[in-house]
Design a protein around this ligand. Structure first.
Ligand code: F6R
Length: 364
């Protein structure tokens, strides 16, 4: 039931601190300072290559996982949307790990890709929210998210739970490969444990986001920029806005702007910049200044430190808590979800049942 919420999507956005905490219980042992995985007949130490396949929002979770797996475990990762993977004749060395990510566990393209990978002698890992789904049944390594039923067609809480599982998977793989020191593992566990409170703090800015949504609602096009593991949050922000508000939006890697899309910039195209302070902050901000120099209207999403440093001259700023870069993608998912939600509410669209979309895409 929706309780006090106006829409399922809104309720599901606000459930994130709880369901992420619930999900993490399976994947971290906070007192031991250890990451953990459910039992499976699969030796991660033998994994030399990972292939990630998913669709839509689940694909963006996979993009973040690529950064994490390569950074922590130093295992090469290949990633594709399911509808491309199936037909491009991917080269799959026997013994590789194929990782499928899906809220429903029934998405037809992802399921067909899973079966193809199995035929090609891949071990199958599945991150899935519906434990009784087809994908869950066909996994060698089943990695459930504990988001609970997701009713809103636009995926929100399943996404942040996928990220939590994928961060733990990356750390588990790194440990199995002998590439994670005890201290690093303790640190990763501590940062993951900070995620629920940080998500709560991010949700605390709901009113600010509702109050600035009117700046975005009249736009015909919106751009989202991010870098590194936060680049997929730009893609996710753009997808959420498109699907529920019907405003055309695109996510770009911040450094890629100058290779074309900057030609779009004028005062009618708001640019949402996702820039947590951290190692990539200065680079992203310099891309933001390129946009500003061409008359672009900027919404900067950053923490107090980032906003103090770069917020001047922005059309609006959205403040997030200061967090470790590992959990920034989870935390910065919240403001892009809320922004899409409030813009859609202003536009009066059917937030939970956007036109032309189905919750589970069982056609190929
Ligand atoms: C976006 C959205 C879709 C799904 C995609 C995959 O908000 O909900 O893009 O993420 O259809 O669905 P699953 O994760 O069920 O395989």
């Amino acid at each position: 039931e929706k309780g006090n919420y106006r829409h399922y999507m809104q309720k599901e956005i606000f459930e994130q601190p709880i369901v992420v905490a619930q999900t993490l219980q399976t994947y971290v042992r906070p007192f031991e300072g250890e990451v953990a995985l459910p039992d499976a007949d699969l030796d991660l130490a033998k994994v030399d290559r990972v292939t990630i396949v998913a669709c839509g929002t689940s694909f963006y979770a996979g993009l973040v996982a690529k950064y994490w797996i390569e950074q922590f475990a130093r295992v090469p990762v290949d990633i594709d949307v399911a509808s491309e993977f199936r037909y491009r004749q991917p080269v799959l060395e026997p013994g590789g790990l194929a990782l499928f990510i899906s809220q429903s566990g029934e998405t037809a393209d992802t399921l067909a890709a899973l079966r193809h990978a199995r035929d090609e002698q891949q071990r199958i890992a599945v991150v899935v929210n519906v434990p009784t789904s087809s994908m869950a049944r066909e996994a060698d390594l089943l990695l459930p998210t504990h988001a609970g039923p997701e009713i809103g067609v636009a995926s929100t809480k399943a996404f942040t739970c996928q990220l939590a599982v994928l961060a733990a998977l990356a750390a588990n793989l790194a440990r199995a490969k002998g590439r994670l020191s005890r201290e690093e593992e303790i640190d990763i566990v501590a940062h993951l444990q900070e995620a629920p409170a940080a998500l709560n703090a991010a949700l605390g800015h709901d009113d600010d986001i509702a109050a600035m949504a009117y700046l975005i609602a009249p736009a015909r096009d919106v751009l989202y920029l991010g870098r590194g593991p936060d680049y997929p949050m730009a893609l996710e922000g753009a997808l959420k806005l498109k699907e529920i508000s019907y405003i055309h939006a695109e996510g770009y890697a911040a450094g890629e702007m100058k290779h074309g899309p900057i030609a779009l910039i004028d005062e009618a195209v708001p640019v949402i910049v996702i820039a947590p302070s951290g190692p990539l902050f200065e680079k992203t901000v310099s891309n933001m200044q390129e946009v500003r120099a061409r008359g672009g209207k900027i919404v900067l999403i950053s923490d107090a430190k980032g906003i103090a440093e770069a917020g001047e001259g922005c059309m609006a700023t959205i403040e997030m808590p200061e967090v470790h870069p590992l959990i920034a993608p989870l935390v910065y998912a919240v403001p892009v979800q809320l922004l899409a939600y409030h813009v859609a509410v202003l536009k009066g669209t059917d937030v939970d049942q956007p036109r032309n979309l189905a919750k589970s895409v069982t056609v190929e």
